[in-house]
Ligand binder design. Structure first.
Ligand SMILES: [Zn+2]
Length: 362
């Protein structure tokens, strides 16, 4: 079926048209416009409207590159439906290369769905939500860890909602953290409005990490295939998936004492109960605290700076069942995780499967 034109961000994009523009979302102290770079690719054929958003935290750059690549790679004659690419959401934070909206350090990702009479972040959120998000059918919001931390490539999704689960599984990460997200997050607000949305987390802030970027572009295509935006591409399956239930199976391990931190885990992220993960020592090595794995599980996020204070989060840890442990052990033997630690917490390209050729099935 031929597509309709779409009115979005104050523009009309015709069926079969690809349009880039800058959308004024706020003003600087000078009264100059603050503008979000936008690409809308409206397919020649009908289909869902998919949004892709990056840098709601201004220093989280992997997603900016992913959205740039998606915006440049897809053409209107190759898709059914519409891709709405918002290249940078938190423009003031991006310009300052910091996480929060610089004025009053507001978190834009705790400000959705926003308020047209609220603070700068609330107004920004409201404008983005009204002008773009509310006009879409599903979405992907790209994040990285905050500075001085690294996170494994994973998805966060409210798996109670079948439409959200469909997006999350199609994205094809091995680890899915189940939960609706904090109040004010873009994905929680979008999901509450019936727009299934997942958060994609990967790597570090302040840089592009090629292994993550390549994998993410593959995963975006998989979501587009699942929702028939792409007609001739299979849906990918990473070979194993672990949905981590709310709270019970994931935890942040924290430093009990302050000091100098050395990572002991590795080279693979799979650790056995009791394995040392970190040591924390004072300058004189009079006191050395060893932080151990509370169970057999996976290190999915780590502190990267070498110092910690009391209560500092050191490691995001997920407990695994035996079946998943066996699959990961097999992957380790096959060399899938060989550059995991040395590569700066990058997750190598997995062995992809399709729904037709899955190892255990999604
Ligand atoms: Zn973030």
């Amino acid at each position: 079926m031929t597509a309709d034109s779409i009115s979005i961000g104050g523009r009309t994009v015709e069926a079969g048209e690809k349009r880039t523009f800058r959308f004024k979302c706020s003003e600087t102290y000078h009264g100059d416009p603050i503008e979000i770079p936008v690409t809308v690719i409206n397919g020649e054929s009908d289909g869902p409207r998919v949004f892709l958003t990056a840098a709601v935290h201004g220093d989280e750059l992997n997603g900016v590159k992913i959205v740039q690549e998606v915006a440049s790679q897809y053409a209107p004659d190759a898709i059914n439906g519409t891709l709405v690419c918002l290249h940078v959401l938190n423009v003031p934070g991006f310009l300052a290369q910091q996480r929060y909206v610089p004025i009053y350090d507001e978190d834009l990702n705790r400000s959705f769905p926003g308020n047209s009479r609220g603070t700068m972040a609330k107004r920004l959120a409201n404008t983005i939500f009204e002008e773009f998000i509310s006009k879409c059918d599903l979405g992907l919001d790209f994040h990285t860890s905050t500075r001085n931390r690294a996170t494994m490539y994973h998805v966060r999704a409210d798996m109670r909602d079948p439409a959200v689960e469909r997006v999350a599984r199609a994205f094809g990460t091995s680890v899915i953290l189940d939960g609706e997200g904090s109040v004010g997050t873009l994905r929680r607000s979008a999901c509450r409005d019936g727009i299934p949305t997942v958060t994609v987390e990967m790597g570090r802030a302040h840089r592009f990490q090629t292994a993550h970027l390549d994998r993410a572009l593959h995963c975006v295509a998989s979501v587009l295939a699942e929702h028939e935006v792409l007609s001739d591409r299979p849906v990918s399956w990473p070979g194993w998936t672990r949905v981590v239930a709310r709270d019970r199976e994931k935890t942040w391990l924290r430093a009990e004492t302050a000091g100098l931190v050395e990572m002991e885990w590795g080279p693979h992220p799979l650790v056995e109960e009791g394995d040392p993960l970190f040591t924390i020592s004072d300058h004189f090595k009079d006191h050395v605290e060893v932080v151990r794995a509370p169970s057999t599980g996976l290190v999915i996020g780590v502190l990267e700076n070498a110092v910690a204070y009391q209560g500092h989060p050191l490691c995001h840890f997920v407990t695994l069942d035996e079946e998943t442990v066996d699959i990961i052990r097999d992957d380790i033997e096959q060399g899938v995780f060989d550059i995991y630690r040395q590569g700066g917490f990058q997750w190598p390209e997995p062995r992809w499967y399709t729904k037709q050729h899955s190892r255990t099935g999604p």
